[in-house]
Write a protein that binds this ligand. Structure first.
Ligand SMILES: *Cc1c(COP(=O)(O)O)cnc(C)c1O
Length: 438
């Protein structure tokens, strides 16, 4: 329970060479000082009795996350943080034409699941970076959805500046618009280079002690615990609701790239929530399925696919999965990985309406394909496919396949109606440094 006394929850580094820290220190640090990722020092086990099935998402989230904030300055504020962050729902909707459901994670302001993590982190940071002190700059590189979720979450937050770097011409026009339309404390930089260039520039800035002395920096990328932990909330909420009605755990199909969203599902299951199998669905970047099959992890350069938010060849959260499963996730029951190529993504989007009455985004389509493979293999159990984004975000892929326009959800339409501006930036560190100091 929030504010309960007990031993503080500590977070250790996956690399084991950094001192354990409490939640707020981990949130402010992002990466552990030894280069590893923060993980719970010990995984708490939750009693399902602590959850009231009638609770809404924000209340479920506050119960779920309370043990992780034990002994931390954020503990008391947790119910307020989840209430301010989760102002929209994550409905589990039955799928027409199959005994399956879709867990819709796209009802937030930027129409992708990253709104949950980014908004939680922003509300937590609001407590950790008091207004009136030195402003902190949230610096992120984005290939699309992360940047808009982070920009929207921190927009007009006192004490926070936001700098978003994206590869010019390599995000969809609507994604670019979302990044540039906020203004105020949010600066969008369109970098003349690739996403890898953007990431390199951000890394250089974090390694630049002189810059950081003048401009304190904080990170909001997918390795941040402040995004990872809250993502367990919608899995908990959906699984508890399903368990109450059906008396069985909820099997999940999670489209994945960097393993942030999927690792949250797996961690929620470790806590004791009624989650069954977790099937990971990747695009043609097959690093996970190869790892699970061979037992050897081999990161590689990413391939460009239609499901571009999952174009990851070397997922950073793989280090957390390796920590949890002692390096060999493929040997464990209850987790699998499947790869889906562009041709099949197109087919699932094209026939989604006829089969299920739904238009899927390219990422969600990977999940639908993995469900269909299970059905063909004779698996009749109920599964929830996780819908990571609204199809209207990827209209240039989706609309030609379904043959009609896809209605834009109101929050997204509101963003698209604003004027947008991004500053051009060469893929050169001195230019970024000057822009941040200027
Ligand atoms: C970020 C993103 C993903 C991949 O999530 P990870 O946490 O990186 O696995 C999938 N779909 C959409 C729409 C995304 O924005």
């Amino acid at each position: 329970m929030p504010g309960a006394v007990g031993p503080p929850m500590l977070f250790a580094s996956t690399r084991g060479a950094a001192p354990p820290v409490r939640l707020s220190e981990a949130l402010l640090a992002g990466l552990a000082p030894d280069g590893g990722l923060y993980v719970p020092h010990s995984v708490p086990r939750l009693s399902l009795d602590a959850f009231d099935p009638a609770d809404d998402l924000a209340t479920t989230a506050a119960h779920l996350l309370a043990p992780f904030a034990a002994g931390d300055p954020l503990a008391e504020a947790l119910p307020a943080i989840t209430r301010e962050a989760f102002t929209f729902d994550a409905p589990l909707k039955p799928m027409a034409g199959d005994d399956a459901s879709v867990l819709e994670l796209f009802h937030g302001p930027t129409a992708a699941f990253k709104d949950f993590g980014a908004r939680f982190l922003a509300r937590a940071m609001a407590r950790l970076v008091p207004p009136g002190g030195r402003p902190v700059t949230i610096l992120v590189a984005t290939s699309g959805d992360t940047g808009s979720a982070v920009a929207s979450a921190f927009h007009r937050q006192p004490g926070i500046e936001v700098a978003i770097l994206y590869p010019d011409g390599r995000v969809s026009p609507r994604q670019a618009h979302q990044l540039g339309c906020l203004g105020d404390n949010v600066r969008a930089f369109r970098v003349a280079g690739s996403f890898d260039d953007c990431q390199r520039l951000v890394k250089q800035a974090f390694g630049d002690a002189a810059l950081r002395a003048e401009r304190p920096l904080a990170s909001a990328n997918s390795i941040s615990l402040g995004r990872l932990l809250p993502q367990m909330s919608y899995y908990a909420h959906a699984a508890l609701g399903h368990f109450r009605v059906r008396g069985e755990p909820l099997h999940l199909v999670v489209p994945t790239g960097n393993l942030g969203n999927a690792f949250a599902a797996i961690l929620a299951r470790e806590l004791g929530l009624p989650i069954g199998e977790v099937a990971l669905a990747t695009n043609a970047n097959r690093v996970l399925s190869d790892w699970f099959a061979s037992g050897r992890y081999e990161g590689r350069p990413s391939l460009a696919t239609l499901a571009n938010a999952m174009d990851v060849g070397d997922p950073s959260n793989a280090e957390r999965l390796a920590w949890l499963f002692e390096g060999r996730p493929g040997s464990r029951a209850g987790i699998s990985a499947d790869t889906v190529d562009d041709e099949v993504i197109r087919a699932r989007i094209r026939d989604g309406e006829a089969r299920y009455g739904e238009v899927f985004c390219p990422h969600t389509a990977c999940g639908v394909e993995v469900l269909e493979r299970r059905r063909r293999a004779g698996d009749t159990r109920h599964h929830a496919v996780v819908a990571t984004a609204h199809p209207a975000k990827f209209e240039t892929v989706v609309e030609p396949l379904v043959g009609h326009p896809v209605a834009v959800p109101p929050a997204l339409a509101g963003m698209l109606a604003r004027p947008a501006h991004a500053e051009p930036l060469p893929a050169d560190y001195e230019a970024l440094r000057a822009a941040l100091l200027g």
